[in-house]
Design a binder for this molecule. Structure first.
Ligand code: PMT
Length: 403
């Protein structure tokens, strides 16, 4: 999977001739699975057409503080733009824009976004050789670097002025590598195989009925996406779900029953570094599965005889060699005690507790409220959050313990 998959790149374009190369970068970013939103200074729109960038980025291109509305102009929320990006890349960055950045000059939408952005910022300077070497420009670049801006080098070669020397913007390929290197450093799980179970299992009674539960698979899918964001190779084994799995770029195996889930999990387990069992596996299945639909008046079927399904997590715990193993516990009473019991009895490294007592948590919701319990029994409770944010919290805990 590309390191840029799912990354949100805010791309600022300022008014230099190198702007004509940026559509190639946008196309490459989209091809790698990144999301791109483009902000241009008014001067940049003279060098490259906003329409081209809009088509390639699949997003509206912004260059002014307002857009025309039905009755009045509509404000462009530069703060929200800054909050959206995982990285703000300004390329090309002209001497004028570099100076504005260094002196907090908020004279266009791009600068307003830069000054309020919370995400990391990277700039690709582009200008003539003497302008680049000028002490005032070098001082501005040093100021920005000292403030934490990632200042990229310039390339050497022919310049628009006809001169030749240091000042060219890095080519789109090189910019792409810089982004990959940047995100590579923020990919602590690169090279790790992560196995995640998700969703319910359905245990058939007859061709129309089954034993199941209300798990939607949302928690497991959020974990799979987050693991990918952290650079891991992810295998998701998921029971019946309404989620559109075609939008996921990890390896997905769909199963129906606990038995099938167990077979798939154990087939991948030896090569797994971290396993997370978020699935709500049915603990029992009917002893006999009827081939035909059971009739309403069939006296033999007033009682359903059940047998236990395989406890997949317990099997993973028993066969653990090098794996870091995390279970989930869904409880309704004595939550902490039950979760800690499961942590020990299934030989886990951590367990994530969610309780059906908490409103808007657990099955089906877009939100969850968890307590992370480590191997030593230390518990860290978290607030109610979106399942995406919960997945981030879980991985930040895992990374504290996982060597
Ligand atoms: O899918 P969502 O709608 O987003 O909901 C998420 C969730 C509530 C299902 C999830 O967060 C969760 O709590 N999953 C575990 C539910 C559960 O089955 O808990 P449990 O306490 O019964 O099981 C303990 C652990 O053993 C779980 O990690 C479970 O995956 C595992 N298990 C259980 C039984 C079994 N036969 N095999 C197992 O592997």
């Amino acid at each position: 999977m590309s390191l840029l998959q799912g990354k949100k790149i805010l791309l600022g374009i300022t008014g230099g001739i190198a702007a004509y190369k940026i559509p190639l970068l946008v196309r490459a970013l989209i091809k790698q699975g990144a999301q791109v939103r483009v902000i241009m200074t008014p001067a940049a729109t003279d060098f490259v057409a906003p329409l081209t960038l809009s088509v390639l980025s699949q997003n509206e291109v912004l260059s002014s503080f307002t857009t025309p509305g039905k009755d009045h102009a509509v404000w462009t929320d530069h703060v929200a733009l800054g909050a959206w990006g995982d990285l703000f890349l300004i390329a090309p960055a002209t001497a004028n824009s570099i100076s504005a950045m260094a002196h907090a000059k908020c004279n266009n939408l791009l600068m307003a976004t830069y000054l309020s952005a919370r995400c990391p910022v990277m700039i690709a300077p582009a200008m003539d050789l003497d302008m680049y070497a000028h002490a005032a420009n070098q001082k501005n670049l040093a100021t920005l670097a000292a403030q934490g801006v990632h200042v990229l080098p310039v390339a050497s070669g022919p310049l628009a002025s006809g001169l030749s020397g240091k000042g060219r913007m890095l080519e789109p390929d090189a910019l792409l590598s810089e982004l990959e290197t940047f995100f590579g450093h923020t990919a602590p799980l690169k090279g790790k195989n992560i196995l995640i179970t998700a969703g319910p299992t359905y245990e058939a009674i007859d061709p129309v009925r089954f034993i199941g539960n209300h798990s939607s698979g949302k928690m497991g899918v959020a974990l799979a996406k987050q693991a990918q964001q952290l650079g891991a190779e992810v295998t998701l084994i998921i029971g019946p779900t309404a989620i559109d799995l075609t939008t996921l770029s990890c390896q997905v195996t769909s199963v129906t029953t606990a038995q099938q889930m167990q077979e798939q999990v154990m087939a991948h387990y030896a090569a797994t570094d971290i396993a997370i069992a978020a699935a709500a596996v049915a603990d029992y299945r009917p002893k006999i599965r009827m081939d035909q639909k059971i009739k309403k008046n069939n006296q033999d079927f007033q009682t359903l005889e059940l047998v236990a399904t395989p406890d997949i997590l317990a099997e993973m715990g028993a066969q653990k060699t090098h794996q870091f193993l995390i279970g989930f516990a869904l409880e309704t009473t004595d939550e902490l005690a039950h979760a800690k019991n499961k942590l020990k009895s299934k030989n886990l490294d951590a367990i994530v507790l969610n309780s059906l007592q908490d409103p808007d948590a657990g099955f089906g919701h877009d939100t969850n409220k968890i307590t992370y319990i480590d191997k030593d029994g230390n518990s860290t409770p978290f607030d109610l959050k979106s399942k995406d944010a919960v997945a981030k919290d879980i991985f930040s805990q895992i990374l504290k313990n996982y060597a």
